[in-house]
Ligand binder design. Structure first.
Ligand SMILES: Cc1cc2nc3c(=O)[nH]c(=O)nc-3n(C[C@H](O)[C@H](O)[C@H](O)COP(=O)(O)OP(=O)(O)OC[C@H]3O[C@@H](n4cnc5c(N)ncnc54)[C@H](O)[C@@H]3O)c2cc1C
Length: 371
């Protein structure tokens, strides 16, 4: 029997497996898909993640971008230098995620691909995990199976609100020298992101409020036409997002939720990779301590996530709450200020915290809401 079973081999699962294996714990990762697998995503990664690893991510950084461009209905552009310590990383998710899996394997983690978890049962001192092949068991479980996985529900957590998002991969039309682009105005309650890669770009779209799923194909077709991107038929891949909604419990009997399975993505920008990895680093620490006999370690994981990431996400929520309610005013009052673009870039790259700057922006925008 291994020390811990990790369900899902995305950034959260591989990071947790990497850190547990590095601490000398035996880990089994179960992944339903064949690897490498693609995850609908724009692949913008904060370089701040490097602090949690002792290896170099260069082999899977497709582009490093140091400029940002905002538009309103593809007009009225704002171009700004990122002015961050490190440029923003652009990755292809199949490559990035597989690289992380390989790093975990190199530390000794066992990975079983094509293995889908169907059912779990706590039996005295261990989780019995039933899959499409042989059942497996471990005293501890980490759920890292994303927004579409069953683990949160199987562990008894209440379901989280989902906002549908979509990604479209462009094989040409842009290259790695382009800026990261955020378009507001074309999508009600949301935004479009266009992230350049070495040989193409990923275009993504999400709403951040409301219950309506927009017609992604139509909106993306309009976007690529207005942006004069030469693409053929539009086949976006849909994938739900669960944004941070407030303080939450992320532990239960010998098990933890991490990454998208925990609903911790940024409700302002849809950033989910950095929080997935942060939660996984903390989850690995907690399970290592629990295996060492610390009975409070899993509860402390919940506390730490609420205190560190949750505190920041409260500010992101407040900002998103006003921003996406009055996007036209917000674009004029906030986005068009060079200092605002600079600060947002610094937040995305991990150089600045929302809590350092957002209260001023929220006050300014709330003034716009009242005025
Ligand atoms: C359109 C779009 C664009 C985005 N763009 C960005 C961006 O630019 N930057 C950013 O930071 N974030 C972005 N995100 C968010 C980001 O993609 C996610 O937050 C991130 O993938 C979360 O990682 P994870 O490891 O928690 O889950 P995932 O990456 O979803 O991995 C979960 C894994 O679990 C596996 N799994 C599921 N069920 C089972 C099961 N029953 N048994 C075994 N395995 C299972 C899945 O196959 C999958 O491999 C975007 C999201 C969307 C939808």
């Amino acid at each position: 029997m291994v020390d811990c079973i990790v369900v899902g081999a995305g950034p959260a699962g591989s990071t947790a497996a990497y850190h547990l294996a590095k601490r000398g714990r035996s880990v089994l990762v179960l992944e339903k898909d064949a690897l490498p697998r693609y995850k609908p995503c724009c692949g913008g990664v904060s370089p701040a993640i490097a602090q949690w690893f002792d290896f170099d991510f260069s082999p899977v950084i497709s582009a490093r971008v140091d400029t940002i461009r905002y538009t309103w209905k593809l007009r009225d552009p704002v171009n700004a230098a990122l002015k961050t310590k490190e440029p923003f990383w652009m990755v292809q998710r199949d490559e990035f995620d597989h690289f992380l899996v390989q790093q975990a394997q190199a530390q000794g983690a066992e990975v079983r691909q094509g293995t889908e978890v169907k059912k779990i049962e706590f039996q005295g001192d261990r989780w019995q995990v039933y899959t499409n092949s042989n059942p497996v068991a471990a005293p501890y479980l980490i759920a890292a199976d994303g927004t579409k996985g069953p683990m949160a529900a199987l562990l008894g957590f209440k379901s989280r609100k989902q906002q549908m998002a979509a990604a479209l991969e462009l094989a040409h039309g842009i290259n790695g020298k382009a800026p990261v682009q955020f378009e507001f105005g074309l999508v009600k309650d949301g935004s479009i992101w266009n992230f350049p890669k070495a040989n193409g770009a990923s275009v993504g779209m999400s709403t951040f409020r409301g219950n309506n799923t927009p017609n992604f194909s139509k909106l993306l077709a309009e976007y690529v036409k207005l942006a004069e991107l030469n693409v053929g038929e539009i086949h976006p891949q849909l994938h739900p997002m669960c944004f941070w909604e407030g303080e939450q419990t992320l532990h239960t009997q010998n098990a933890l939720l991490t990454g998208d399975a925990a609903g911790i993505a940024d409700p302002m920008t849809a950033e989910g990779i950095r929080p997935a990895m942060l939660s996984a680093v903390k989850a690995a620490e907690a399970i290592d301590a629990a295996l060492g006999g610390d009975s409070e370690a899993l509860a402390r994981y919940t506390e730490a996530m609420n205190a560190d990431w949750g505190h920041e996400m409260q500010w992101a929520q407040r900002l998103a709450g006003v921003f996406y309610r009055i996007p036209g005013i917000a674009y004029r009052v906030a986005v068009k200020q060079p200092i605002a673009s600079e600060k947002m870039g610094q937040i995305m790259c991990g150089d600045l915290r929302y809590s350092d700057v957002v209260s001023i922006a929220v006050k300014k925008l709330s003034g716009g809401l009242l005025g």
